[in-house]
Design a binder for this molecule. Structure first.
Ligand code: ADP
Ligand code: MG
Length: 256
């Protein structure tokens, strides 16, 4: 279980993350949804150890993690971030990109674990290809496979759907759910797209200007009546569904 308490960060004098507290259970997907500039990437960088916050605490399975220590190696062992641009090694195959995460293990274990990850992430058939020869969705799944190779307790995904077409998006959404459930990882998934969050998350946190406005189930977010901001956000997310259904001659009416 991942727990953030009162995390705050400023760039120069400008607040980017303001007093955020959240909990994510093992095997749970929490989507953080907010407009561009709301502080989502900053928050993930704090949780992954890439940015030292001004204040706040982070704990995993009730153990406080030192995020203030000036480490030479920034990576926190039990927490893995998949950055928006994947950062795969272009000259290595898909197999080798995953294998590189396991260099300190025996050859036998590496082979076994990489093969298991290739199957889990649905990329076994492309294991000998280079990143440039595969789709965006396959690259994203390779980056996820690499990140979970050492069985982290926490996985952080920054805009995993942003460069994908709709078929790849749909496939990746179901793969993410499968991976998180099977590996029992606590997952924070950041997106600017509420529709993706509705389709993949157990709970959704709405973020605005560095603050969390509401954390609840997709259904409760969908039915929110008090916050005008959230109501408008929900309405803009379902507009594409409306447009889609109109294309089939069915006009759907949502009371939002
Ligand atoms: P998001 O991922 O939601 O788009 P970010 O976390 O990237 O948001 O940014 C939050 C705010 O912090 C924005 O106003 C952004 O301009 C600012 N910001 C992000 N990174 C830096 C930085 N390295 N230096 C100064 N300001 C930054
Ligand atoms: Mg971002």
């Amino acid at each position: 279980m991942l727990k953030l308490e009162n995390i705050t960060h400023k760039y120069q004098e400008k607040s980017a993350v303001n007093d955020i507290s959240l909990e994510v259970q093992s095997g749970e997907i929490l989507a953080i949804v907010g407009e561009s500039g709301s502080g989502k990437t900053t928050l993930l960088n704090i949780v992954s150890g890439n940015i030292t916050p001004e204040s706040g605490t982070l704990s995993v399975d009730n153990e406080v993690i030192d995020i203030y220590f000036n480490r030479l190696i920034r990576d926190l062992p039990n927490i893995k971030l998949v950055p928006q641009d994947y950062r795969l090694k272009p000259d290595y195959s898909i197999y080798e990109n995953i294998d590189l995460a396991l260099t300190q293990y025996t050859h036998e274990y590496r082979r076994e674990r990489v093969n298991e990850l290739l199957v889990l992430c649905g990329i076994a058939e492309i294991k000998n290809k280079k990143p440039r020869e595969v789709s965006g969705g396959e690259k994203q799944r390779t980056a996820i496979a690499r990140s979970i190779a050492e069985e982290p307790l926490v996985l952080l995904l920054d805009e995993p759907f942003s460069n994908l077409d709709s078929i790849n998006r749909t496939h990746l959404r179901s793969k993410i759910v499968e991976i998180i459930r099977q590996e029992e990882i606590a997952c924070i998934l950041v997106t600017h797209d509420l529709l993706d969050a509705f389709l993949v998350a157990d709970r959704i946190a709405i973020m605005k200007k560095g603050e969390i406005l509401m954390v609840d189930t997709p259904l409760n977010i969908f039915q929110e009546t008090e916050s005008q901001y959230i109501k408008e956000f929900v309405s803009s997310a379902i507009q594409p569904i409306r447009d889609f259904m109109k294309g089939f001659g069915k006009d759907m009416n949502f009371d939002v």
